[in-house]
Design a protein around this ligand. Sequence first.
Ligand SMILES: Cc1ncc(COP(=O)(O)O)c(C=O)c1O
Length: 458
Amino acid sequence: MSSLVGHQIQQSEKVKSLIQELVGEVTKINSQLTGIHAPQDAFKDAGKAKVDAAGLFRGRPLHYPYIGTGAGRGPYVELEDGSVKLDLINGIGIHLMGHANPRVLTAAVRGALSDILIQGNLQPNNEYRLFTEKMVKIASRKSRIKYGWLATCGTMANENALKLSRQKNSPARMVMGFKDAFAGRSTMMAEVTDNPAYKQGLPEYHEVLRIPFYDKRDPKSGEKSLAAMKEHVAKHEGNISVFGFEPMLGEGGYQAAPREFFLPLLDFVKSKNIAVWVDEVQTFTRTGEYFAFETLDIGQYVDICTIAKTAQVGMTLYTEEFNPKPGLIAGTFSGSTPCLAAGSEMLDMLSEGFLGANGRIQQIHKRFINGLNALNEGSCKGLASDAGGMGLMVAFTPHDGKKESVNSFLNKLYANGVIAFPCGKDPVRARFLIPAIIQDADIDIALKTIEKTLLEGV
Ligand SMILES: Cc1ncc(COP(=O)(O)O)c(C=O)c1O
């Protein structure tokens, strides 16, 4: 045989042109979606019945009356009630290249034509190999990272990060993290997460030590965090395995911190042989570089880094010293073939003008933040305060920042055609996980819709 059968499928001109035709046809149909559209009378009832059924069978209503039809175009998505929304939350940050991106679709269809839908650690295909190689090469450019292990989601990537730290620093068991941290939904990650609402009725394990995050209003904020850290270490020296943190507080309120805040903390934990684990599940690909540790220039401190969301699959990345003993991490699922293929494609796409100080991600950030600040100073005076974030992660505080008023704002914003989501506790903030492919005209539509909604009041 002149070439392996799998390679024949990869190289077949016929398969290639069929995929092109297929994706082309779907893209043509999707191109009818040109902008925000209100629910349509003909579909409203059927759409509501589908939303209700989803809630009924999962035992809790959906947060928004949202069931997608499977059609979308860029930042726009069609719902079963006939509405088209401008999606600025993207599955809480998964769909970096928007809805039905032809390149992402093409990669996913290629993956779907593979002999297996889900790859595992025992019998991987090339997508497993290629994704891992690509991620490690990107991650190691500005850090000591040398390996990456796939995981099914951010929570599992984080569980593995914790296991690696504990094994390396055995028998140390405790975790040091920030107040208002979010780390996922497993039993242990719910413990690392600093939100009582997410662990109601669960036992407490008392394995997490908290330090305050950066507070831009307090010039002594950095000193206070370092002092809290030193106090914990004085009390638990030898029993703290890892300092795990988000480089920008995510669910905790979209608060960013400068490099100077992190450095003394990182120097101190390094001096105590406590592992440094950066949870980039939310920040990965969004801050203007692949990793926020690159944007903040703290890569040399990183022992372990976790990603998921925009990668379309989870991964724990780590240095030589943290490579675990065989048996510590594995699992049946590594990731689906379409997701591994599409995730890989998206990593390539990002290198085409999105990154860097003047890349598209920073342009989007500036336009959105400037627009929010202009509203706060102009037509919506005082109603859109404290706009901030990093890159494609943007938040502001609507109205008085109280839970009821922010939820009311977000529900009205949804009805007006823009999807966002809350974060933080005091204040509660409206957050946007903006797709990298958004055009300036669509940012302006988002800002106009935010303005209209703010002026509707609470
Ligand atoms: C910082 C951070 N860590 C972990 C997770 C958990 O990831 P997943 O929901 O994929 O398990 C999230 C999800 O929002 C996150 O933002």
